[in-house]
Design a binder for this molecule. Structure first.
Ligand code: GRF
Length: 192
């Protein structure tokens, strides 16, 4: 059985999609831990509900302190794959080095468009609409030292329709994220 560690900063609906995928028997894996970037987020409630160990980072934790604590938890939870599912803190380079090509991220746009610093959450969808794009979507990619710049693994397109708002687009994209992310996880884990 493979181990997955999920990192989250928000409601954790992508975390839930992975939980459901495993519960439905699509991958022989378990989520051995959740790293939450802050307290009182939906993802932590989900970890409690499914008895998944979790660790909450201090909001001001960064630099060497952050990488030490992450590496300690990861050594404990032994991930075959680390999944950033809406995680807003930068992953320290020591962690990326240690888990090279074993960290993936889901981003709510068709990278390389609308990626990088400042492009997170609703900001991404606002920018897509303001730019008059006719399609958007989501991307799963490997994580390297630069924000949203690692190799792209898979994307799913979503049409941007007349009358779409950032909120309606976010909803449509999120629905696709919930399918794309677990499927990519299964492909990676089944090939290793
Ligand atoms: C998703 O749109 C994800 O792509 C982005 O943050 C959002 C997380 O949502 N990086 P959730 O916490 O999984 O519900």
């Amino acid at each position: 059985m493979k181990n997955i560690v999920v990192f989250a900063s928000g409601s954790g609906s992508n975390f839930q999609a992975i939980i459901d995928f495993i519960e439905n028997g699509h991958i022989d894996a378990q989520i051995s831990g959740l790293i939450a970037s802050r307290p009182n987020i939906g993802a932590i409630d989900r970890a409690y509900k499914y008895n998944i160990p979790h660790f909450v980072l201090a909001t001001d934790q960064s630099g060497a302190g952050l990488s030490d604590i992450l590496i300690k938890k990861l050594n404990e939870w032994k991930p075959d794959l680390i999944v950033l599912a809406g995680f807003l803190k930068k992953i320290p380079s020591e962690v990326i080095e240690e888990y090279r090509n074993k960290i993936i991220n889901i981003h709510p746009s068709l990278l390389p468009k609308f990626g990088g610093k400042g492009f997170y959450g609703i900001n991404v969808h606002k920018a897509v609409i303001e730019a008059g794009e006719q399609e958007s979507g989501c991307t799963v990619h490997y994580v390297n030292e630069q924000y949203d710049k690692g190799d792209i693994i898979k994307q799913k397109k979503v049409p941007v329709l007349e009358g779409d708002t950032p909120e309606s687009l976010a909803q449509k994209v999120l629905k696709e994220e919930h399918k794309l992310l677990p499927n990519v996880i299964a492909e990676i884990l089944n090939n290793n």
